[in-house]
Design a protein around this ligand. Structure first.
Ligand SMILES: Cc1cc2nc3c(=O)[nH]c(=O)nc-3n(C[C@H](O)[C@H](O)[C@H](O)COP(=O)(O)OP(=O)(O)OC[C@H]3O[C@@H](n4cnc5c(N)ncnc54)[C@H](O)[C@@H]3O)c2cc1C
Length: 545
């Protein structure tokens, strides 16, 4: 059942076998898997059924450098369903190399390998409504498909791996009925956990303090507690409950991804020799290919993981002459905030720019109109949404959109401030940092791609090597990916949870979500976070109650 905390009496106590904090994709996955078999499960969700200004304000905080990181209340949603109410739904698994201790990536290495997570990717992909866990063109499609770039044979890059796209699934809406009807399951809305209470000896959680913005208070006691509040909020609760004093790694190693758009790829063959669109799998799922840096090259060159996609030219610059891109620029205020950054990326605005974009729209009217029809039909009205804007650029010229691993660094961290929110919890400050190893990854990968394209005789990739650092930070830390703040590891001095996601030194406290990832991969985090949640559910079900 799902109900509001106001339905409980003041100073209530609730008891459960398992308490899950947070009803985003990870918390909902855990609830779906753990419910049943006589287990009493309570899910405490701080938000309400929709966006509420005062709930969202609990996410406010500070940033050390506003040029490097968005404000903490952007790119996450404090509401039932969590950030799956706004996410893009791009899914791909981690690669085997992501789990390895790599001497050239300091602090890398998971205590588990890909084989421990791989069995859960199938169900995780289904929960995300992205079909089968088939992430290469050969595995996803029966017959041969057109090449991404005809004739391209990359010494350092492959082009056969796929990103699959969720509807994108709003986990709260999609699984509401299942949560409402699951045996022994209670989902309490507006139930904000403000503190973790421990036994006197400190090794056991005896309860969670819960408050609503309308003044309701209570305590939840549970045999096992799982924090599934997202990468920032999990660290905040652990720190606010004093756990950071004993475990220095809490809040450290904070990673997002390193992403940007750079250069010009000009292909020499006919336009149809290059495919930058989506392939649609049998189950209707949109899939897209990309350049992926081979693991053996990463090892040989000492680079982090890296992928890149063929992309349209930078939208704010009207020299692209595309009416479609100019229409998007002119309509940028209608685009949700979290997706607007790339439509106003610091290029000077003004009347002349506006006129140039308007001119593009007028001179490219049939294409612009066709695109609007496609946007309405395939994205706004469609049940499964067309994932992004794909434009066939004039003159067969693309830019390169890259998404790279952000290496772990203990000095990249989140800390508490003296400022408190409406529930009295200290607010967060992010001090997100990137370093020489991240610059080396992007610089190295771009240079190798330039060589691969030239050698294959398919075209050329021109970019300014001196602009790499500026481009990889132009859009700041990649929004919405909050990774590593409660990392998994064997050594409690430099990690927070063990290989089963249990907090070191506490016998009944667990963390689920991207907070536990010791490294960030090139991959967006949600699929692996959901897969790890399935693994944790299985582990807990196997344990005696
Ligand atoms: C604009 C955007 C686009 C994205 N695109 C992608 C993408 O394409 N692919 C991808 O893999 N990922 C993407 N992400 C990231 C993805 O949304 C997250 O990885 C995912 O939502 C994390 O799930 P979660 O359950 O761990 O955390 P969340 O979704 O953050 O859910 C946490 C839940 O905990 C609740 N909560 C927080 N604090 C408390 C508290 N103190 N007490 C009780 N409840 C609390 C919150 O209200 C929330 O419901 C995107 C994110 C954004 C913002």
């Amino acid at each position: 059942m799902i109900f509001d905390i106001q339905a409980l009496p003041d100073n209530f106590t609730l008891e459960a076998d398992i308490c899950i904090v947070g009803a985003g994709p990870v918390g909902i996955t855990l609830a779906l898997k753990l419910a049943g078999n006589g287990r009493r499960i309570v899910v405490l969700e701080g938000g309400g059924p929709g966006t509420e200004r005062d709930s969202q304000a609990l996410y406010r905080g500070q940033v050390d450098d506003a040029g490097l990181h968005p404000p903490p209340d952007h790119y996450r949603e404090r509401r039932y369903g969590g950030s799956s109410t706004t996410w893009g739904g791009r899914l791909m698994p981690f690669d085997a190399i992501d789990f390895e201790a790599r001497p050239y990536i300091p602090h890398s290495g998971w205590p588990i390998d890909l084989a421990a997570v791989a069995p859960y990717y199938g169900e995780a992909t289904q929960l995300c409504e992205a079909g089968r866990a088939a992430f290469t063109i050969e595995a996803a499609f029966d017959g041969p498909r057109r090449d991404m770039i005809a004739g391209f044979t990359g010494e350092n890059f492959t082009t056969n791996t796929l990103e699959r796209f969720s509807r994108p699934t709003d986990f709260g809406r999609r699984y509401r009925r299942a949560l409402e009807t699951a045996e022994g399951l209670k989902v309490v809305l507006h139930a904000n956990v403000t503190s973790i209470a421990r036994s006197e000896a400190g090794g056991h959680v005896i309860g969670l303090d819960v408050r609503s913005l309308r003044g309701r208070r209570g305590r939840v006691a549970a045999g096992r507690i799982i924090l599934a509040m997202g990468g920032l909020e999990t660290a905040r609760l652990l720190l606010a409950s004093g756990l950071g004093r004993e475990r220095d790694a809490v809040g450290r190693y904070y990673m997002c991804h390193i992403a940007g758009t750079i250069g010009t790829l000009k292909f020499s063959g006919p336009p149809d020799a290059v495919w930058n669109g989506y392939d649609i799998a049998g189950d209707g799922v949109y899939c897209r290919r990309r350049f992926a840096l081979r693991p053996e090259t990463q090892r040989r060159r000492g680079l982090g993981n890296f992928v890149a996609r063929l992309h349209h030219p930078r939208i704010p610059d009207p020299r692209h002459r595309s009416g479609i891109l100019s229409a998007l620029y002119l309509a940028r205020r209608l685009v949700p905030h979290d997706y607007r950054t790339r439509l106003q990326d610091g290029e000077p605005g003004g009347v002349s720019r506006w006129l140039a974009h308007a001119g593009n729209v007028i001179s490219d009217l049939p294409a612009t109109f066709g695109f609007m029809v496609h946007l309405l039909r395939d994205r706004l009205l469609a049940e499964r949404k067309y994932p992004s804007v794909v434009v066939r650029p004039k003159a067969n010229e693309f830019s390169l959109d890259f998404h790279a691993e952000h290496a772990p660094d203990p000095d990249s961290r989140v800390v508490l401030t003296d400022d408190t929110d409406a529930l009295g919890m200290p607010r967060l400050k992010t001090d997100w940092r990137y370093g020489a190893v991240d610059i080396k990854t992007v610089e190295g990968a771009l240079a190798l791609l330039e060589g691969d394209i030239a050698r294959s005789g398919t075209g050329r990739f021109d970019y300014d090597p001196s602009a790499v650092e500026q481009e990889m930070t132009r859009y700041r830390a990649y929004g919405g990916h909050h990774i590593g703040t409660a990392r998994m590891g064997g050594n409690p001095a430099v990690s927070v949870v063990d290989k089963d996601c249990r907090v070191h030194g506490l016998d009944n406290l667990y963390v689920a979500g991207a907070a536990v990832f010791p490294t960030s991969s090139q991959a967006n985090p949600t699929l692996t976070a959901v897969a790890l949640a399935l693994r944790l559910a299985e582990h807990l079900k196997g344990e005696p109650r």
